[in-house]
Design a protein around this ligand. Sequence first.
Ligand code: C2E
Ligand code: CA
Ligand code: CA
Ligand code: CA
Length: 294
Amino acid sequence: EYLLRDADTAMYRAKALGRARYHIFDPAMYQEAIQLLEMENDLRRAIERQEFLIYYQPIISLTTGMIAGFEALVRWQHPVRGLIDPIDFIPIAEETGLINDINIWVLQSACQQLRTWQNHPTIPKNLTISINLTARLLSHPNLISQVDQIIYETNIKSASLQLEITESVIMENTEAVKRMLQQMKEREIKLVIDDFGTGYSSLSYLHRFSLHALKIDKSFVKRMQDNQEDMGLVPAMISIAKSMSMSVIAEGVETKEQLEELKSLNCEFAQGYLFSKPLEQELVVDLLASNPRW
Ligand code: C2E
Ligand code: CA
Ligand code: CA
Ligand code: CA
C-alpha cells in the first residue's frame, strides 16, 4: 500500500494508452486514440520548437540551512493548452520514445542554467543541479557521450551534477545500465535514488552500486506524523542510508513539524513547499539574492 507512486501511475497510464491504440473499433477508445495521436504530434512539434520550460526547486542543506542546489522539473508550455505538468505528458513521451529527446534537452538546458548562475557574482559557486533521468535514457548507449559534451560545453564541474534515477532501473540491472552507472561514477557525477521506498529494491543489491544519496519519497514524509504505523519508516530509511554511507534527501516537506522531525533524525537535505515551490529561472535568481536561511 505504500507503493502507489508517481512512476507506477505513469507506467500504468502509458500502458493503458498503449492498449487503447490497438482497440480502435470502440468509438470511445477511437476518440482517445485520436487524442493520443494528436498529443504525440504536438509533442514532436514541441521538441522542434523547444516549447519546454524548466522549473527549479531548491534543495536545502539541513546542516547549514542554506540552498545546496536545485532540482530541474520540466513543464510543457503548450501554445493552446498553456502550461502542462509532467504527469500529463511524460507518460506519452515515455510510450513514444520522445522522452529521450526531452530529457536530453532538460539536461543540457539545466546545465547551461547552472553555468549562468555560477557566472553571477553573488550566487554561490557550489550549487548542485539535479536532473530526473528516465530509465529508457539510462540504457541508451549515446547518453554518456551526450553528458560529456554537455559538461564540456557548459564547463560545469561534473561533481555538481546529480542524476535522479528510480530503484527499478537498478533492480533491472542490465549490463548496459551497469556500464552507464560505472561511467557516471568515473566522472564523479552523483547518482541519487529517487522515490526511495516506493519500489521493491533489495538493499543488499542497492549497496553494490556506488550511489550518492537516497531521496525519500514525499508519500513517506507526508505520513511521518499523522499515522502511527508509518512513523518508523522515515527514521528507518535514514538509518539505512547512513549505514550504506549514503546521503539522504527528504522530498515533499510542507510543514515546520516535518522539518524539525527530519532535523532531529539528522536528515541532511530537504526539499518541499515549506521552502519553495519549483520556480521559474528568474525567480530563482531573486530567491538566491534574498539569501534565505532555514
Ligand atoms: P519527482 O521527481 O518525484 O519530483 C517531485 C515532484 O513533487 C515535483 O512534481 C514537485 O513539483 C513536487 N513537489 C515538490 N515539493 C512538494 C511538496 O512539498 N508537496 C507536494 N505535494 N509536492 C511537491 P512535478 O514537477 O509535477 O514532477 C512530477 C514528476 O515528473 C517528477 O517526480 C518526475 O518523476 C517527473 N519529471 C519531472 N521533470 C522531469 C524530467 O525532466 N525528466 C523526466 N524523465 N521526468 C521528469
Ligand atoms: Ca526527482
Ligand atoms: Ca517522488
Ligand atoms: Ca519520480
